[in-house]
Design a protein around this ligand. Structure first.
Ligand code: HEC
Length: 86
């Protein structure tokens, strides 16, 4: 494989992950992180302000949710975008 092929491969892989992240990205992180203790529909049933989501996610962490700072940002970003009152 030439360097050029390798480059092309990475471009396609990046594009594919970008495209698949678009429609699926809305709920994936919530499915992964928020559906182990209760159904994720508990989450989707609610609309809160970004502040309230922050407090709620903190509450989930107290109950045992494990999130890296990057994951927390993703979770709050998703909630703020699709399940927000603002
Ligand atoms: C370690 C277990 C655990 C994980 C993981 C978890 N939760 Fe919860 N969650 C709970 C428990 C237990 C309740 C039951 C109600 C309570 O204790 O307030 C709950 C209740 C809720 C409720 C309803 C609360 C209300 O007052 O109506 C929401 C919304 C919620 N969780 C969102 C989330 C979100 C968003 C995530 C992911 C970021 C998440 N949960 C991950 C344990 C968890």
């Amino acid at each position: 494989m030439s360097l050029r092929d390798l480059f092309r491969f990475f471009m396609w892989a990046a594009l594919a992950s970008f495209l698949s992240g678009c429609p699926g990205g809305k709920t994936d992180i919530i499915e992964q992180k928020c559906s182990s203790c209760h159904s994720s529909s508990v989450v989707y049933a609610q609309k809160r302000t970004v502040d309230e989501w922050g407090r709620l996610v903190y509450g989930m962490k107290v109950r045992g949710l494990k999130l890296t700072p990057a994951e927390e940002e993703q979770v709050l970003g998703t909630l703020g975008k699709y399940h927000s009152l603002e």
